[in-house]
Design a protein around this ligand. Structure first.
Ligand SMILES: NC(=O)c1ccc[n+]([C@@H]2O[C@H](COP(=O)([O-])OP(=O)(O)OC[C@H]3O[C@@H](n4cnc5c(N)ncnc54)[C@H](OP(=O)(O)O)[C@@H]3O)[C@@H](O)[C@H]2O)c1
Length: 266
């Protein structure tokens, strides 16, 4: 146990209600020495925070030693949200900000990645002590393949495009370690988190317990069936991502991930 862990810690997870946030909260919950985890979510919970306005942020971060910052997926202005969180963290005297970014943040063809590159810059120049995590694509994006509930999957890019899929539980375990060990060990570090193999969605289907077939459809077709709840801006950002995946896949290294986990990623 590190010195900072043995003192106990109040950690805030900004964006705790989403799938990443829930995994990070669960990983922190399993650690001895974490005194209290403050969950922030748009809906009332432990602390209701609206990142679009900043309402509730000051109260949520008050007394926290560390903050894990998770922005909503394909938000139209992630840097504005992160700027708000950093200002509140500075006011609250937070010692360590850990930002949940993405692998390959500076990818001009993917606007929501470029926004994360901008956010990384905001974090690094905030005057706070910081760490950035850059996970690759989650295997859990294909939960229906992994849990056997799908017999077919529609994909708006090539089923043979390759990804260094990561497991969310592994990413959360690293996030919890970094938060608990704190800035004395992790300030100034940017950790790329890629899975152990370059796999395609077709590979995931072939490894499923029950057979799963995969069919490529156009981005427009996919959007008309699965993108109904997205804003126009969200549709544009996701479409750009699908087109990029189709051409280039999305890979990341796993050496740092393995070292931080103390075992190979799953
Ligand atoms: N999926 C991947 O493969 C992957 C890989 C690397 C990085 N990431 C990044 O991980 C982050 C989280 O992704 P996720 O899939 O875990 O997200 P998610 O499950 O969609 O959760 C997003 C959460 O943000 C909340 N939210 C939305 N707008 C908000 C606002 N204005 N104020 C406060 N909360 C708000 C939503 O709350 P409500 O429930 O109230 O709507 C939701 O709980 C994203 O930034 C994504 O880019 C994802």
């Amino acid at each position: 146990m590190t010195e900072s862990l043995s003192r106990g810690a109040d950690i805030a997870v900004v964006g705790a209600a989403g799938k990443t946030g829930a995994a990070v909260v669960a990983a922190l919950g399993g650690l001895a020495g974490v005194r209290r985890v403050v969950h922030t979510a748009r809906r009332p919970g432990d602390h209701a925070v609206d990142l679009d306005t900043g309402a509730g942020l000051d109260e949520a971060l008050s007394g926290c030693r560390g903050v894990y910052v998770i922005a909503p997926n394909v938000h139209p202005d992630e840097p504005a949200l992160v700027r708000r969180v950093l200002a509140a963290a500075a006011d609250a005297g937070v010692e360590h900000v850990v930002y949940h970014s993405v692998a390959w943040p500076y990818t001009p063809a993917m606007p929501h990645h470029v926004d994360k590159a901008r956010c990384e810059d905001l974090v690094r120049t905030s005057g706070l002590r910081w760490t950035v995590l850059q996970p690759c694509a989650y295997a859990e994006n294909f939960a229906a393949i992994l849990d056997g509930s799908a017999s077919t999957v529609e994909l708006p890019y090539s089923p043979d495009a390759r990804f260094s899929f990561v497991r969310l539980a592994d990413v959360a375990e690293v996030a919890a370690r970094v938060l608990v060990e704190g800035p004395d060990i992790h300030h100034g570090a940017t950790y790329e988190l890629g899975g152990p193999e370059a796999l395609s969605v077709r590979d995931l289907c072939e490894r499923a317990d029950e057979p799963v077939s995969v069919k490529q459809v156009s981005v427009d077709e996919w959007m008309s069936r699965h993108g109904q709840s997205l804003s126009e801006d969200g549709r544009v950002r996701l479409s750009a991502m699908f087109e990029f995946y189709d051409r280039h896949g999305f890979l990341a290294g796993n050496a740092v991930f393995e070292s931080l986990l103390g075992r190979p990623p799953m």
